[in-house]
Design a protein around this ligand. Sequence first.
Ligand SMILES: Nc1ncnc2c1ncn2[C@@H]1O[C@H](COP(=O)(O)OP(=O)(O)OP(=O)(O)O)[C@@H](O)[C@H]1O
Ligand SMILES: [Mg+2]
Length: 353
Amino acid sequence: MQLQALYLKNFRNYADACIRFAPGLNIIHGKNASGKTNLLEAISLFMTGRSFRTPHLSDLISFGSNSFYLEAHFCKNGVDQVLKISSDGLQRKIVLNSTPLPTLSALLGILMGVILSPEDINLIKGLPSFRRQFLDLQIAKVSPIYLHHLSRYNKAMKVRNFLLRKQDLSTIDIWEEEMASSGAFVTLERVKVVEEIEKLGVPLQESISKSTESLQLRYKSPALHSKEIAAYLRAHYIKQRPREIEIGSTLTGPHKDDLLVFLQGKEARLFGSEGQMRSCVATLRLAEWHHMRLQSSELPLLCIDDIGISLDNSREESLYRMLADFGQVFVTSPKAEFPSLSSPHTINLGVCV
Ligand SMILES: Nc1ncnc2c1ncn2[C@@H]1O[C@H](COP(=O)(O)OP(=O)(O)OP(=O)(O)O)[C@@H](O)[C@H]1O
Ligand SMILES: [Mg+2]
C-alpha cells in the first residue's frame, strides 16, 4: 500500500497544501510548530477516522475557518484510489472514490497503519487502561467477537455496580455469570495477543538496543492463577460482594488487569531509563505493525512522530536502519541532517506550508 499524496485545506496550520510522498522512507522535517505532527495527524485520520491528539473534530479546523477538507491519493492492490474526509466540526463526511461511506467503521481497514507518537510513553508510564486499550484494539482488528464480549462484560459490570450501590442482590448472579463468561474470553484473548506481540517484539528490541536488552511481556491478572478463569471470576464476584457493596464497584476482572513490560527481567516502568522506555514503546508499536501485517495482503503504513526522542545516536541509527523493512514510512524530525542515511526522501515543511 502506498500513500502518494495528501491534499489539505483549512486543516490545522495548513490553509491549502499538497504534499507528495515517496514509496519508502519519508522524512518530514521542519522547525518547531511548522506542522509536522499536524501532517501525521491528517494521515492518522485516514487510518482510524480519529485524531491521536484530540477527540474534538472542531480542533482540526484552521483557526477562523468553518470546515476542513482532506484528500488522500493512494494505491492499494495495484489500484489508484482517492479517500476524502471533511468536517464542519460536528459531522464527518467520508467518501471513497465517489462512494460516500455511511459509518466510521466502513473507513477502518482502507488505509491501514500504525502511529508511534511521543504520547505513547503512556504505554509504559501511564495507567493500566492505556495498555489494556493497546491490547484491545489489536485483538478487535482481527476478532469482531472480541468486541462483543468486551462490551457485554462492561455492560454487565455497569448493572452489577448499580445493584451493589442499591444493595439489591436479587438478580446480581445473572450479571456476574455474564461477566464471568465474557471476562474469561477477554482474558484468554489478551493473554494470546501478549504472547504474539512478545514474539514479534523480542527481535525488534534486540535490534534497537544492539542485543543489550531482552524484552518480556506478561499479562497480569489474578484470574490466571486458576486453571478455569470463568469459575475463578464467578467465585470471586460472590466472595467480594460484601466488600464491594461498601464501595459500589467491582474490584476484580479484566477491567483491572495490566500488561507488564520487562527489560532484562526488570519492570521497565520502574527501572528503565527514559531511552530504554522510549525504545520499548517503539518496539511495541513496531510489533503492532508486524501483527497487522500478518492479517493483511498489503504492507501497512508506519508513522513515527518525533523519531529519536530521548534515544542516543546508536539507538536512533538502529531504528532508522530497521525502518527499511517497514514498507512506506513517515517520520518527523525537527533536525534536517540524517547522517546514518545515504539519500533519504525528505520533505521540508518550511517550503510546503
Ligand atoms: N486548528 C488550528 N488552526 C491553526 N493552527 C493550528 C491549529 N491547531 C494547531 N495549530 C498550530 O499548528 C502549528 C504546528 O503544530 P505541530 O504540532 O504540527 O508542529 P510540529 O512541526 O510538530 O512542531 P514540533 O517540532 O514542536 O513538534 C502550531 O503552531 C499550532 O499552534
Ligand atoms: Mg510535533
